[in-house]
Structure formats: C-alpha cells, structure tokens
Design a protein around this ligand. Structure first.
Ligand SMILES: C[S@@+](CC[C@H](N)C(=O)[O-])C[C@H]1O[C@@H](n2cnc3c(N)ncnc32)[C@H](O)[C@@H]1O
Length: 200
C-alpha cells in the first residue's frame, strides 16, 4: 500500500494523528531530508526524495511493502501527491491531507481564506498582471520568484498600496511573519509563502 502523508508546515505537532500512525506502521519512508529528519527513530528503509521523480516512480512500482511518502504541507497543494495520483491513480493510493503552509499562515494572521486565489510561483511563469488585479492571493514561492520579485512586479503595475504578508519558516523554531508594503520588502527570505492583500 502506498500512502502519501501530509506533513503540514514541518513540525510534527502539526501533522494529523492519522499521518503519524501511517509512518509508525510503514516499512519504508520517502521524503525530503528536512522531513525525514523529523523521524530519526524510524527503523525501516529510508529513501530521500530528490529531483529524480522518474526514478522514484520506478522504485515505487516495485514495492510490495507499506511505503509512506512524506509531502510538505498538503500533498495535493502544489505537492508530490498530484504527480503520484497522475501516475498510479487514486485507487492505488491513500492520501492523508495535511495543513498547507498557506492555511497555517492564514491561521496565524487571522486572514480568512474566503475567495482567496491559491497559486504558486514554483517553477512556473507567473502572470503578474493577473496577480496585480486580484484582491487576495496566496502563493507558495521558490528561490527564483520570491517576495522581492513579487513586490517589484506589483509596484510596476501600480499596486504599491497592497499588503504583502510573508510567512517565513512557518511552524519551525525560527518562524517569522511580516506585514509589509511592496516597497518595504527585503531581498532575501528563507522558505516562505506570501499572501497579497489588494482589497481596494
Ligand atoms: C512544493 S511547494 C509545497 C506546498 C505544500 N504542499 C503546502 O501545502 O504548503 C513548497 C513551497 O511551500 C512553501 N512552504 C512549505 N513549507 C513551508 C514552511 N514551513 N514555511 C514557509 N513556506 C513553506 C514554500 O513556498 C515552499 O517553497
């Protein structure tokens, strides 16, 4: 049985009991180094999740054991779950949801998620015009397009009065949350999500 377990933002207290139980019962655990480090006592086989997704899929196809793939946040929100459902079909998988980094940031800041546009800059071209027109957006980001690039694009489109709420290392010991106007955004942030509030 292949299980994809949502890790939440990365702190075990934010994982569901069902996800923790799946890991406890697993014969093999797959995940990023940061996530595997949370299960240092795991006694089964451990496989690091890297950029070689075809290699992972081929390995998973051969498994007759209970394998759990750890997914950051929620597995189906810009996560590995989407790729695994596409490959194996939901009938061959169990997906255990997790708290996405966006949900966590909204909970910490009291920003309601009603009518929020959930998107990502991860490995894709961002439609900054659509972003500047939207009233409320939440984005998972990557190193190429993070808070600074988003802020500059918003300023260039006349949205300098909006708020950027940046959640850095959420759920971790060095978590930080900033409310900034685009002009105040710094060049560098650690792992982050951004909520843009442009409610005119
Ligand atoms: C591939 S996406 C996965 C999103 C994830 N499935 C979710 O539901 O949050 C990875 C991105 O999620 C965001 N992210 C994940 N964990 C985070 C955390 N603890 N703090 C801030 N951002 C986080 C970052 O934007 C990171 O680059």
């Amino acid at each position: 049985m292949l299980t994809i377990a949502g890790m939440g933002p990365g702190n075990l207290a934010l994982m569901t009991p069902q996800a923790l139980e799946a890991v406890a019962q697993a014969d093999a655990l797959v995940g990023g180094k940061r996530h595997l480090a949370q299960f240092a006592d795991f006694r089964g086989e451990v496989r690091v999740l890297d950029a070689d997704i075809p290699g992972l899929l081929a390995w998973l196809e051969q498994q007759q054991r209970r394998v759990v793939v750890l997914a950051s946040g929620d597995p189906l929100f810009y996560g590995i779950g989407t790729r695994l459902v596409a490959h194996f079909g939901i009938g061959q998988l169990r997906i255990i949801p997790g708290i996405s980094a966006v949900q966590y940031l909204c909970a910490r800041t009291g920003i309601d998620m009603n009518d929020i546009w959930l998107t990502s800059s991860h490995g894709r071209a961002v439609d900054f015009d659509a972003l500047a027109r939207a009233r409320k957006v939440a984005m998972v980001t990557d190193a190429k397009c993070g808070p600074k690039a988003i802020a500059e694009a918003l300023i260039a489109r006349g949205a300098e009065a909006c708020w950027l709420v940046i959640g850095e290392n959420l759920g971790l010991d060095d978590e930080r949350i900033y409310w900034l106007r685009p002009a105040e955004v710094q060049a560098e942030y650690a792992m982050n999500v951004v909520v843009i509030l442009n409610e005119r």
